[in-house]
Write a protein that binds this ligand. Structure first.
Ligand code: IMP
Length: 197
């Protein structure tokens, strides 16, 4: 029988990305596919904490093996902010443009603009918890460039490149991104766990 696991998200982009990696051997179900429409609390003050909260919520209420992710952009001169608050940096609206404007304002006058995207994935399987992470270093430029991607992509240039994430194709970004690295570690683990993936 095909193994199945819940990914605690309804984000189509993330679901597509991981289904592309795992192929037909693993059935990845989204929250809506298990009938979960809850606003799952993300009240922890670390990425690890939030990823675990989400995975534990689904495991506790729906009894599926499950994994969940949380991502943040950490800017060095801002002591790691926006970090765990990346989605709602400029307020609860999850407005990508407002978030970027706020960050650019805060960075005005700073020469050092090094930053990294970090993703943490929490997996709860057979009652055990595991964490996987991935990050990519880069820097924040002064203006927004590019139309692809989402979030802070238009202002983030990864090390070794002179274009932003938003100027890359999805395929190019997915080869190097924080989330792709963490997802790769998760899939590698699941391959061993399920043996035949
Ligand atoms: P989430 O944990 O994946 O929902 O990410 C939280 C927030 O981090 C998002 O709302 C975005 O603002 C930002 N973010 C996450 N991943 C990326 C990315 O790949 N590029 C740019 N911003 C991202």
């Amino acid at each position: 029988m095909m193994k199945e696991i819940v990914f605690a998200t309804n984000n189509k982009h993330k679901l597509e990305e991981i289904r592309h990696i795992t192929g037909d051997h693993l059935l990845i179900r989204s929250l809506s596919e298990i009938g979960c429409y809850d606003d799952i609390p993300e009240t922890a003050d670390t990425l690890e904490g939030n990823a675990l909260l989400k995975a534990a919520y689904v495991r506790g209420k729906y009894h599926f093996d499950c994994f969940a992710d949380d991502t943040g952009l950490e800017v060095d001169v801002l002591n790691g902010r926006p970090g765990v608050f990346s989605a709602r940096y400029a307020g609860e609206g999850h407005d990508f443009i407002a978030n970027m404007k706020k960050l650019l304002d805060e960075l005005q006058g700073f020469e050092s603009r090094t930053a990294r995207f970090k993703t943490v994935i929490a997996l709860i399987i057979n009652g055990n918890q595991y964490l996987f992470d991935g990050h990519i270093n880069g820097h924040i430029i002064n203006e927004m460039r590019g139309e692809e991607g989402f979030g802070y992509d238009p202002i983030f240039v990864p090390d070794g490149y002179n274009i932003t994430f938003a100027e890359m194709s999805a395929e190019q970004k997915n080869l190097i991104s924080h989330r792709a690295i963490a997802t790769g570690k998760l899939v590698e683990f699941l391959r061993r766990e399920f043996d035949h993936l």
